[in-house]
Design a protein around this ligand. Structure first.
Ligand SMILES: Cc1ncc(COP(=O)(O)O)c(C=O)c1O
Length: 236
C-alpha cells in the first residue's frame, strides 16, 4: 500500500489513459478461503485510496488461484465465504468483478490415458513404466506436483506400493508412488486432473510427438490429431 502514492503520481502523468480498475492475483492452487478474503480487504484499501485521489474505479479483477483437490485426501475449496465476500465488495463499492479461474474450470475435465509399457523393480519397489511422461505432463518433474493415477478399468484385489515412471531418459521423469493393483504390460491407466497446465506445458523432448486429444461429450471426438513425425522434424 505504501507504493500506491507513487503509482498514483505516475498515473496522473498519463494524459491519454484512464484508470478504471484494479487487478490482483495472489497465487495458485489455494485450497482455503482465507487468502482470497484477506486479498479482497487489501483491494478495498486500494479502492479507497484511488477514489480519494479522484479515480473512479469501476472494475476489480481478483485473478485466479482457486485450487482443486489433486490428492484424494484433499478437500475442495469452500467457495461460500469467498462468494459472500465478493458480493459484499461488489455491492458496497459498486464495482464489476472479474475472475480468472484458470485450472479450476478445466483441470478435472481432462485425463491422460496411458498404458503400462514395462515392469521392473528398483530398491525392492516395483516400477510400472508408462507411455506418458514429463513430455505430456511436466508438472511432477518440474515442481513435484501430485497427479492421481488409477487403472482405467476397476480391478479388485490387493494393491501394492508401485513407483510410476515415464519412458524418458531423465531421472525426473516420474509421477510418484501409488497404491496400484497388479497390472500387465499393455493395461490402461488414467492420470487424473490433466486438463490444466499439461498440454500447454507439453514438449516434444526426446523426439516425442505431441499426443492426440479427444473430447467426450455425447460421443468420443478426435479434436487434435497426434503430431505427425514430419511436423516434428521439419524445423530440425
Ligand atoms: C494473473 C494470473 N491469473 C490467473 C492465473 C491462473 O491461476 P490458476 O490456474 O492457478 O487459478 C494465473 C496463474 O498463475 C495468473 O498468473
Amino acid at each position: 500500500m505504501q507504493e500506491l502514492s507513487d503509482v498514483i503520481k505516475n498515473i496522473k502523468r498519463f494524459r491519454y489513459t484512464e484508470l478504471v480498475g484494479i487487478h490482483c492475483h495472489i497465487g495458485s492452487q489455494i485450497l482455503s478461503p482465507e487468502p482470497f478474503i484477506n486479498a479482497s480487504k487489501k483491494v478495498i484499501e486500494a479502492i479507497q485510496i484511488f477514489r480519494k485521489n479522484g479515480f473512479g474505479i469501476s472494475a476489480i479483477n481478483l485473478g485466479g488461484g482457486f485450487g482443486i483437490p489433486y490428492e484424494p485426501i484433499e478437500k475442495p475449496l469452500n467457495f461460500k465465504p469467498i462468494i459472500d465476500c465478493y458480493k459484499k465488495l461488489k455491492d458496497k463499492y459498486n464495482v464489476e468483478i472479474f475472475l480468472e479461474p484458470g485450472r479450476f474450470f478445466v483441470a478435472n475435465a481432462g485425463y491422460i490415458l496411458t498404458r503400462v509399457i514395462d515392469k521392473k523393480q528398483r530398491n525392492h519397489l516395483p516400477i510400472y513404466m508408462i507411455d506418458a511422461g514429463m513430455t505430456e505432463n511436466p508438472r511432477p518433474a518440474l515442481y513435484n506436483a501430485y497427479h492421481h493415477i488409477e487403472p482405467l478399468f476397476e480391478i479388485n484385489g490387493r494393491r501394492f506400493k508401485i513407483r510410476v515412471t515415464g519412458p524418458l531418459c531423465e531421472n525426473a521423469d516420474e509421477f510418484g508412488v501409488f497404491n496400484l493393483p497388479e497390472l500387465n504390460i499393455g493395461d490402461y491407466l488414467l492420470i487424473h486432473n490433466s486438463g490444466a497446465y499439461t498440454r500447454t506445458m507439453a514438449s516434444t523432448y526426446n523426439g516425442r510427438p505431441l499426443c492426440a486429444e479427444y473430447l467426450i461429450d455425447s460421443r468420443l471426438r478426435l479434436i487434435r490429431k497426434k503430431q505427425p513425425l514430419r511436423r516434428l522434424i521439419e524445423d530440425e
